[in-house]
Design a protein around this ligand. Sequence first.
Ligand code: UD1
Ligand code: CA
Length: 527
Amino acid sequence: MGTPEAPNPAAVVVLAAGEGRRMRSARPKVLHEIAGRALLGHAVHAAAALAPEHLVVVAGHGRDQVREYLGGLASELSRSAMLAIQDEQRGTGHAVACALDSLPALSGPVMVTYGDVPLLDAATLRGLLTEHAAAGNAVTVLTAVVEDPTGYGRVLRTDPPDADPTLGDPNGPITGIVEHRDGTPEQLAIREINSGVYVFEADVLADGLATLAASTANSGPGNAQGEQYLTDLVGFAHAAGRRVGAQRCADPWLVSGVNDRVQLAEIRAELNRRLLVGWMRAGVTVIDPATTWVDVRVRLGQDVTLHPNTQLHGATTVAEAAEIGPDTTLTDCRIGAGARVVRTHGSGADIGAGASVGPYAYLRPGARLGESGKIGTFVEVKNSDIGPGTKVPHLTYVGDATIGERSNIGASSVFVNYDGVAKHRTVVGSHVRTGSDNTFVAPVNVGDGAYTGAGAVIRQDVPPGALAVSAGEQRNIEGWVNRRRPGTPAALAAEKALSDPPGRVDSGAPSDTVSAPTAGCGGGQLG
Ligand code: UD1
Ligand code: CA
């Protein structure tokens, strides 16, 4: 028989009642986000993966915001996390007692973890449970050996065989944990720290918390911070002859907590680095990992390329061989295989396979582009279906429109969807060619195979195969500038051009444009 399977814990308690004062934020610390998920969300996801019978979050500061957040998380996890309230932050031991007060009597392993330690993953937690069961421990502490243990609780063990005063015997029992503020100089030299994550047998936990509360009531907390320390339970268990063991975590990042925004940035960068390493190993090319950011829920296909300065947020998915960036931010977008999205800002958009977007496109929620379509330069699209092979190449706003297949929308067009009161839809058929600088005043339909002229304002439906023109014939009112704007630079330039046409080959010849017949140079009445 190999190592026994980790049992499902009776409960996981996630501590998150602290104020997080060093964040200097109106938001509770555990609701600050990294990689598109609140710190607490990372912790609760890892805890939920252990399928505990009870999952309890202890909140105090910002409890209403935490409650609301957990409500939203429940659907993502397809299970709920209970909220226990710790009114006053009287220490980690008191916090766990608040959680147990809200639960029926437990038996079996109970895990305690923190809401502000976001990189701690389910595999590490499972490893801790497995070690706890395999060693037959009453308490198992997740520890780490670090260069600078300042601020952490130190793990006290029996002397190591090689007598290194900074490390105890890794196979020997743990005799206790001492907090930094309460440690002797000798103890402070120890570099094995308490991560704050533990598995307790339920009875040991309940007895220990009762002892802790009673001793606090009798003589006050016997420590520098005047708190009920959960860490004291380790010493209690050892003194009672129960076995206390540890699992040393080889990767200190996994047990790193967030106390301020500097650490928040460091942990965010590290998580991002790890996510990108994972994607690169899975077959994604990341040109510049230093400027590429992906949220935990993002999914990328094989041979996707991410160019510099790309941020993929939320539930964005990018299918095989698509290329994103540079300078692109996508939130909750779906990008089809082989599509190309360049210098684009998008959210809630769905881009078909082989399509092309940007540079400088703005995709708003409900923007949908069919296979091999194009949304080009300085184009904004909102709540619109643009069919396969259809192109909207330049300087255009498409709002609340449905456009069929293989149509082409002329440069500088506006789909006028709003009459000041309500939004209306424009429907353009397939194989349509619209002229440049068109205005589509919704609601309006343009039939299959229709054309529109340059500058048209389309207010009425265009039947299939028709050419719609709405701009009047051009009239040139000659000499207007000279008469109405005399002495201006424009008038002087016109005078000069008319008296001395530089290198004109067609001087005097009729031009292509239509001239108003009566408005000659000699002045006279304007028509
Ligand atoms: C705690 C440990 C320390 C360990 C360190 C690891 C104790 C006494 N000490 O110290 O050994 O090295 O974590 O980071 O446990 N919390 C509550 N209610 C409270 C107090 C704290 O919910 O009354 C929560 C906080 O929100 C936080 C966590 O518990 O998420 C840890 O609390 P904190 O005060 O940061 O403990 P440390 O002093 O860092
Ligand atoms: Ca802390």
